[in-house]
Design a binder for this molecule. Structure first.
Ligand SMILES: *Cc1c(COP(=O)(O)O)cnc(C)c1O
Length: 402
């Protein structure tokens, strides 16, 4: 019988998974090997935006799986073209590049920004400015662009031309940017860095700085994209348009896919042979993604995300009056963070473990922030159950802390 214990024997130890092994999911419910039922408020880290085993996505993958799985980029395919068309219809973008993950989408975006500066300006214009606490993936390039130094130690020489400034601080960016800057990369809301939304003025200021210095503005919407914040992409809620946008996580509704969206002018710097991915634009991935995007981009669907997000934040604020655990409750749509305060500082992991005792799956972002990222189509009944379990979690945590 397969069990969690085998993980330690057979898997590279870069993860420390919990003790239960999920075997089945439906909507926001998950069952483990013993048949125990869990309520999932993590959606696989902001991925399963339409819940587990959604019939619309099951149908999309079944139908495509009987037609065509893979052809590589020697040929194009219908699902990839349909999905690219839909993404351009929904956004500022005129051109799309497909890959398989968020890191790959950012890798493409950063390479493209450097190539664009090389093509249009000069070879010294390669500097990338990122923000402290940002997260952009785990490839050697993207992890170094990310602003979490503990992730980059001990991997040999670091790629150069990357600097970091404090988030939401326009003056710091103004001091850092120069004619050598080819791009600023930013999450409109820092996800892994603590569910920290940007100020709209800050993003507008970055747009202005980029224009002034001929640098490209890259929005990493790997976590915030595809309805998570209540807009299809978060930039649409902020009203600030990037030159390049990266998307992954929820884009495939649980099937791996990433995308980089940009304008025709910028895209031209990725001419034939400059970049590529064997799986990128895979028909199976694109078919599931298209079904996901068609569902989530509906106006009523996005409105429901905002409504549920408000209800969730109201509930957490009410809980905070009762238990006094948090400094504040923040976030956008159904990406919600609650930083712990006072004697509870840095104990988010303990709270996550307490939640699992209540058969509730939640997330943390760093050591101090509870993160909630439920499926966007979580039902009212599931939400009610979630609130009961959260209250029970806080109760048992506070009782154990006395
Ligand atoms: C998760 C995440 C990534 C990395 O995505 P992977 O699919 O794990 O490579 C990049 N940027 C942001 C903002 C993310 O949240």
């Amino acid at each position: 019988m397969i069990s969690r214990a085998q993980f330690d024997q057979i898997m590279v130890p870069n993860y420390a998974p919990g003790n239960v092994v999920p075997v089945k999911g439906k909507g926001s419910l998950v069952w483990d090997q013993e048949g125990n039922e869990y309520l999932d408020l993590s959606s696989g880290i902001s991925v399963n935006a339409l819940g587990h085993a959604n019939p619309i996505l099951v149908k999309a993958i079944q139908e495509q799986s009987e037609k065509l799985w893979h052809v590589s980029n020697i040929l194009t395919n219908e699902p990839a073209l349909e999905l690219a068309t839909k993404l351009c219809d929904l956004t500022f973008a005129e051109k799309v590049f497909f890959c398989n993950s968020g890191a790959e989408a950012n890798e493409a975006a950063l390479k493209l920004a450097r190539r664009y500066a090389f093509d249009h300006y000069n070879e010294d214009k390669y500097e990338i400015i990122s923000t402290i606490n940002s997260f952009h993936g785990r490839t050697l390039f993207t992890v170094n662009v990310g602003g979490q130094p503990s992730y980059t130690q001990g991997f040999g020489p670091k790629p150069g031309g990357i600097s970091h400034v404090p988030y939401n601080n326009l003056q710091a960016m103004e001091e850092a940017i120069s004619e050598k800057t080819c791009a600023i990369i930013i999450e409109p809301l820092q996800g892994e860095g603590g569910v920290m939304p940007a100020d709209a003025d800050y993003l507008a200021g970055l747009r202005h700085l980029c224009d002034k210095h001929n640098a490209l503005l890259i929005f990493d919407e790997v976590q915030t994209g595809v309805g998570r914040t209540g807009s299809f992409y978060a930039y649409q809620g902020f009203g600030v348009v990037p030159d390049i946008l990266t998307s992954a996580k929820a884009l495939g509704g649980g099937f791996p896919i990433g995308a980089m969206l940009t304008t025709t002018k910028v895209a031209e710097s990725f001419s034939v042979g400059t970049h590529g991915s064997t799986y990128g634009g895979n028909p199976l991935a694109c078919a599931v993604s298209l079904a996901t995007v068609n569902e989530i981009s509906k106006t009523e669907f996005l409105e429901s995300v905002i409504k549920k997000g408000h209800a969730f934040q109201d509930f957490l604020n009410k809980m905070n009056e009762k238990f006094g655990l948090f400094e504040e409750v923040r976030g956008l749509g159904l990406l919600i963070g609650a930083p712990l305060k006072g004697e509870y500082i840095d104990r988010a992991g303990e709270l996550m473990a307490k939640a699992l005792e209540q058969n509730l799956m939640i997330l943390i972002a760093g050591k101090n922030v509870l993160r909630f990222a439920p499926s966007l189509n979580i039902t009212d009944a599931e939400l009610k159950l979630a609130f009961e379990k959260i209250e029970a979690t806080f109760e048992s945590f506070c009782a154990a802390s006395i």
